[in-house]
Ligand binder design. Sequence first.
Ligand code: HEM
Length: 450
Amino acid sequence: MDSPLPAVENTHIERQFGLFEFIRRTREDQLSILVPDMYDRRLMSGRILGLRWFILNWPEYIEHVLLTNHQNYVKGRFSDALLVPVVGQGMLTSEGDVWRRRRRIAAPAFHHRSVAGFVDTMARSTASMLALWDGRNEAFDIAAEMTELTLDVITRTMFSADLGGEGSRVRQLMHTVLRSNRPSMLDLIGVPAWVPRFGSRSMRRAIAELDLIVQRILSSRRASGGDRGDLLSLLLAGRDEETGDGLNDLQVRDEIMTIFLAGHETTANALAFAWYLLATHPEVEARLHEELRDVLGGRPPEHADLVRLRYTRMVFEETLRLYPPAYAIGRAATGTDSIGGVTVPKGAAITIYTYVLHRNPALWPDPERFDPERFAPERAAGRHRFAYLPFGGGPRICIGQGFAMAEAMIVIASVAQRFRFSLVPGRSVQPIGLLTLRPKDGVWVTAAKR
Ligand code: HEM
């Protein structure tokens, strides 16, 4: 792939700010270190407290790390420091044989046939939320609503459970975990995760309370027994092919927490940004409404509609381009490698800022523009598949991709048929890069019935 961009720039990102300012920024909001220079470079590198760091912003280089030479890379110390304390050694964080086994056990729950079976639940949960919106005149934070909705959907579909009155508490606890869980200098220099970090007490308390909720789901399933055909049943029945052993309670807990964390906030944040973009782009909203009228004619969406809701899908895809919830994908090199002619030493950290990649002007003309037509088949044809990575790539690609796409389309189609939203003046929508990319102060809207 030819590129008009400079091949390699040793820019020493950290030197642009000074070390302490750089560390402060990575803790407060990682987007604040993404300087304009980064967007049109293919590879940048730096050194922070002795750690070599590479930022990749070019499809071939990224393909090399995530797919072609993925054996040379592991999730690395940021994953160990930020995710392991929350989700333990689950599918998101483990490596090698443990990861392969877990992914194999869980895979049937994410198969497209299973996702098709979840669509009814997704539509019903959305309808229950909408019933509460009728007659609502006051402004509200649609980001918080999306989080509770996706939490409800993940709990019902994957664990056949109902959080009932606890939904909003779980949302708050997850919020605490996600807000207080920030990379610190200790993580950068490789101090082990068990050394307490600033702010980790509130996080530990939140995790302990979440653990109790997970324990309740688990005990109630163990008591009722039987195969419910969901992820929880697969986890409880899963056997190691070699030893024949099942997963112990801690391992099942780690997988449940993984799916709770990975399976709701990401989709919710993307949906929140979708409502923001639709509220600020009336021409896109009008086209979306036209499609919904033509395909659904006022009835709730079903699984069979998904293939026909082409523009709805494009709207969500373009939202994920501009606001990818997993805005940074991290790896660490386990051996020396070469990327684009540059030597990557063993132990080096690699970051792929999808937020930057998706705004690289050499890949995306007029990158700031919200233009769902970019995903029309004729315009997407020929695009490098590693130029657009909201769900990652290679063997560690998101297992929930099909689930998330179906859920988002069902939610957008159900909600947009009934309501239009206006942003509340004076409440700006700002993305912030913490563990995920989220709207900093939510997305405050008023709703008008259609
Ligand atoms: C819009 C929504 C979503 C986005 C943007 C997203 C993004 C991602 C990305 C980028 C990765 C790869 C991370 C890496 O390579 O380091 C990933 C992995 C993962 N995601 Fe998602 N995800 C979403 C929804 C979901 C859902 C709904 C579920 C579960 C129901 C889920 C479960 C997982 C799991 C378990 C992994 C780890 C897979 C592995 O390592 O084998 N995600 N996700």
